[in-house]
Write a protein that binds this ligand. Structure first.
Ligand SMILES: [Zn+2]
Length: 305
């Protein structure tokens, strides 16, 4: 791909909806600032539970047409975030949602969890060498909360980042390219504690129950956070993107619930831990720009510094 913007951000996620919940504000902000934002989603989320009763027939144990429906939900969410480059790993339907840990779906043919990580990473290497992103965002080794597809997405993203940089890998699949900075999605414990307290104080009855802090993926001690992206200006875009995933997410003001009907706060400041590359800015201070310190992205047009 020629003539891409100076700043290029790649996100790797397991299912449609993960990107909006975890990174919706970050994606909207960088897209609005003129960066090229690429989303790679590894499965269609075929095994998701369906919230609206009128769409219950889509579920895997009935018509098994949820995947195709979620392709449309993801496209609508990307319109809300202003992101035009969204792809499925290996093409739509190449890898199927593996279901929750311990279910028989984990090992069915085509399940993402059953895929060879090297084979799956090969598809992502092509994207990396073509788009040449300076920044990659994905999950931690636990996938944030242990879902097999999230763990696999982490493995594939980290493996692909290494392979893309290896001159000996993949003759004919593009020039080697090293991603400057890799971040894992995080949520600082103090922030999520405060946000849940706010939910209990202001909207205790918005949902049938309230989630536990441990239900939130990627929660860690505050000290591990190295970057925070203030997405307050993009809160409406993030919320709209989450609403677009209507089979999976019920939004009520600044709160939402998944199919378990347990309320959670929508976080519009999003947090990250830098795990590869060097932080820009002051020593020890949190970064406020994921591209900070990346030489060929500095001073790019339309970029707030
Ligand atoms: Zn997911």
């Amino acid at each position: 791909m020629k003539d891409l913007p100076a700043r290029r951000l790649l996100l790797v996620h397991a299912h449609p909806d993960d990107e909006s919940i975890n990174n919706g504000a970050t994606m909207a902000r960088y897209a609005a600032e003129g960066a090229h934002v690429t989303l790679v989603t590894c499965t269609l989320g075929e095994e998701g539970e369906v919230i609206p009763p009128g769409l219950a027939h889509l579920a895997a144990d009935r018509d098994d047409t949820l995947g195709a429906h979620r392709v449309g939900e993801l496209a609508a969410a990307m319109r809300e975030l202003g992101v035009t480059d969204h792809r499925f790993l290996g093409g739509p339907g190449r890898y199927r949602d593996s279901g929750m840990t311990g279910t028989e779906q984990n090992h069915r043919p085509g399940a993402f969890w059953a895929a060879d990580p090297d084979e799956a990473a090969g598809h992502l290497v092509q994207v990396i060498r073509s788009v040449r992103p300076q920044v990659l965002i994905t999950y931690d080794p636990d996938g944030g909360y242990g879902h097999p597809d999230h763990i696999q997405a982490h493995r594939v993203a980290m493996r692909a980042a290494s392979l893309a940089a290896d001159p000996a890998y993949g003759e004919g699949s593009g020039d080697p390219y090293a991603i400057a900075k890799i971040y894992w999605n995080r949520v600082p414990r103090s922030v999520v504690e405060q946000a849940f307290a706010h939910l209990r104080d202001t909207a205790p009855d918005a949902f049938p129950g309230i989630a536990a802090i441990d239900d939130v993926p990627g929660v860690v001690d505050d000290a591990r956070i190295t970057a925070e992206i203030d997405g307050a200006a993009y809160a409406a875009a993030k919320t709209a993107a989450m609403r677009a995933h209507a089979t999976q997410i019920a939004v009520d003001g600044p709160f939402f619930a998944l199919s378990n009907d347990l309320g959670q706060p929508v976080l519009t400041t999003e947090y990250y831990e830098l795990v590869r590359g060097s932080a820009g800015g002051d020593d020890g201070a949190r970064e406020h720009d994921l591209f900070a310190g990346v030489p060929d992205a500095a001073g790019a047009p339309g970029v707030r510094t």
